[in-house]
Design a protein around this ligand. Sequence first.
Ligand code: KG4
Ligand code: ZN
Length: 350
Amino acid sequence: MRILAIETSCDETAVGVVEQLPDNRVGVISHVFASSLLEHQQTGGIVPEVAARAQQSLMIPTLNQALEEACGGLDQTTTYAKEEIDAIAVTTGPGLIGSLLVGVETAKSLALTWDKPLIPVNHLTGHLYANWLVRKSDPDWLPPTLPALGLIVSGGHTMLVLLKDHGQLEVIGQTRDDAAGECFDKCARALSLPYPGGPQLSRLAKDWTGSPTESTNLLPHPRLTDGSLDFSFSGLKAAFVRLAQTDTDKQKLSFALETTIAEVIEKQVIEALKRYPLKQFMLCGGVAANTVLREKLRQACEARGVRFNLPDIIHCTDNAAMIGAAAIYNYQVVETVGVKADPRLSYGNS
Ligand code: KG4
Ligand code: ZN
């Protein structure tokens, strides 16, 4: 099965073609994305109207490029799409309404024109299924096995999910306020770093040569006392912003924040693995690109005999290939004209 997938839930305009391979793997045939990042760097964050306008003009060129890459020539794209693509997949939510509409309406038009089924995909399911995309950086890679514990850590979500089987999931923990990525970005802003601040802050943290304890003792470790597997990052963010007003050592502050976020997440993952003794863990979402978090979780899993999976970095942040992979394993044909963008699309039991 070959799927053309579109993802426009936030500031990216992404189109990809993926195909189902033997042994539960999903191959990426083409993968193109355009971003309006430079415009958002000027405002220090995403302005929804600006993102949607950019996506409107980037959508068709990105689609053309993804098809051209898949079949080797722009003149052949219509024939390729008609003959080689089995279905169209699109992110319907959650996300920014103007942005989602660009992708959803484009996908509907293509499905109707080419007479293909349209598969609506929840953005969060997409992040989880990035774990089924063939990892070019790891020749020994094998896809995850189910049931599994999944952790989605992105700019908009921090969520622990039990994926019992394809299409059967349960949310067992999520953030009560800010997402981990949001916490990284807002704290980075307090250090005057450009948007998105997570990767920039992480780079500064690597340059910290002082004592780790001196740095990490600076910040509180937010803990919920109700025994839930939820997260809370707003107190940590507020403490960081206050500290940044008096302490000017950006490297030390960055190290403190990165370590604290990673430790808080690690603690909840370990607790979740105690309560749900699964043999497979998978990490995903933009913050999965953070090396400190990845290595902490890898070690925590290995110490407990749990298999650890994560996507290639390029598939951790928003992309269309993950939406195509999710569509392959959650293939549900719906009436095309009824597919709607839903910015508050709920997830699992949440
Ligand atoms: O999944 P994603 O691309 O978009 C959403 O669905 O939100 O995640 C973007 C988030 C941003 O908050 C960004 O700062 C964060 O992922 N991020 C990182 C790193 N790379 C991306 N945070 C910490 N360290 C990184 N290396
Ligand atoms: Zn995302």
